[in-house]
Design a binder for this molecule. Structure first.
Ligand SMILES: Cc1cc2nc3c(=O)[nH]c(=O)nc-3n(C[C@H](O)[C@H](O)[C@H](O)COP(=O)(O)OP(=O)(O)OC[C@H]3O[C@@H](n4cnc5c(N)ncnc54)[C@H](O)[C@@H]3O)c2cc1C
Length: 284
């Protein structure tokens, strides 16, 4: 196990034992790892890379949001949807098996959160599918009053259907306001997450009082970004751009980013993000 120095001061890389790996929804699994060094460093909205040891197929690690990190026990959890070879192999692993892990990576929600003196009155945390993952640690902080103590926060969580909403009981147990939305109406409001936003943030809510944080598939992020822009609301999105190294070396995850003078530049989603001001991204 290696504590990295130089430019990756906060990064931990090691080979860690799996404590649990269980199905928590349709094609969705939760994996728990014994990784005390990572638990100590993880901040809300950051991610980690997981790689199967001594495996050449897939050779590269895969990025996953950090769902929960418990400093007292050293347990770190990620929740993943099975979509391809890497995640299929991940789902076949058993407690006691080991995984290569590096992290925590990325800027996390700290990039978006304001100073307490200018905290918004209303905060909407908008998640689609496994986009719920990076919100759990943040919601723990909000629920404890450690962040945005005077802010009314609402978790808006959408998926195709009830089976694809995962960890709902864990989110509910935190005690924050939650609105569930499903495309087929099997639970909560029928439609897309944007259908729930006007009720939570009525038109008369002043733009400076609102902040929206969103994570999920790109079409959902685009819809939330456009809805927010239409109301003049500040919106930050956590991107899930495919990436290879997670450490800023390979440039496979670059996104178009608009500078203050209106010119376009590239930013790496792994080290400059994954959390970006939605108003600076290209959504078409
Ligand atoms: C910062 C970050 C955080 C993430 N957090 C999570 C998380 O918490 N839970 C989770 O389930 N997933 C998360 N992802 C996505 C996850 O990394 C991919 O689903 C995973 O790498 C797929 O690996 P695979 O080998 O199973 O699929 P592959 O065999 O590599 O690909 C299978 C299919 O999925 C598509 N695909 C692969 N990666 C992505 C992607 N990033 N976005 C959209 N489509 C993709 C491919 O184009 C292909 O069609 C995150 C991605 C990033 C960049």
């Amino acid at each position: 196990m290696t504590e990295c120095s130089s430019q990756w001061k906060e990064l931990w890389a090691g080979n860690h034992a799996i404590l649990a790996n269980e199905q928590v929804g349709a094609d969705t699994w939760k994996i728990a790892l014994d990784a005390p060094e990572l638990a100590e460093r993880a901040k809300p909205g950051q991610f980690l890379m997981l790689r199967l040891p001594e495996c050449a197929d897939p050779l590269l690690g895969r990025p996953f949001g950090i769902f929960n990190a418990d400093v007292a026990t050293g347990r770190v959890e990620a929740v993943y949807a099975v979509v391809g070879k890497g995640t299929r192999r991940l789902a076949a692993l058993k407690p006691g098996d080991r995984l290569e892990l590096w992290g925590p990576l990325g800027n996390g929600w700290n990039a978006a959160l304001r100073a307490e003196s200018t905290a918004p009155k209303r905060l909407a945390l908008v998640a689609g599918g496994v986009g719920c993952v990076p919100f759990y640690l943040l919601m723990k902080e909000l629920a404890s009053g450690a962040r945005y103590a005077g802010t009314k926060a609402t978790f808006v969580y959408g998926a195709r259907n009830a089976e694809r909403l995962c960890c709902v009981d864990e989110f509910r147990a935190l005690g924050l306001d939650a609105a569930l939305v499903t495309e087929d109406g099997s639970v909560g409001k029928r439609g897309f997450v944007t259908a729930a936003l006007p009720e939570i943030l009525p038109k008369e809510t002043a733009p400076e009082d609102v902040q929206i944080l969103a994570c999920g598939p790109t079409p959902m992020l685009r819809a939330v970004a456009n809805w927010s822009a239409g109301r003049g609301y500040e919106c930050w999105t956590s991107l899930e751009s495919p990436m290879a190294c997670g450490m800023g070396l390979c440039f496979s995850c670059v996104v178009d980013w608009r500078a203050d003078d209106g010119t376009w530049d590239y930013k790496r989603a792994c080290v400059d993000g994954p959390v970006f001001d939605a108003a600076r991204l290209k959504w078409d």
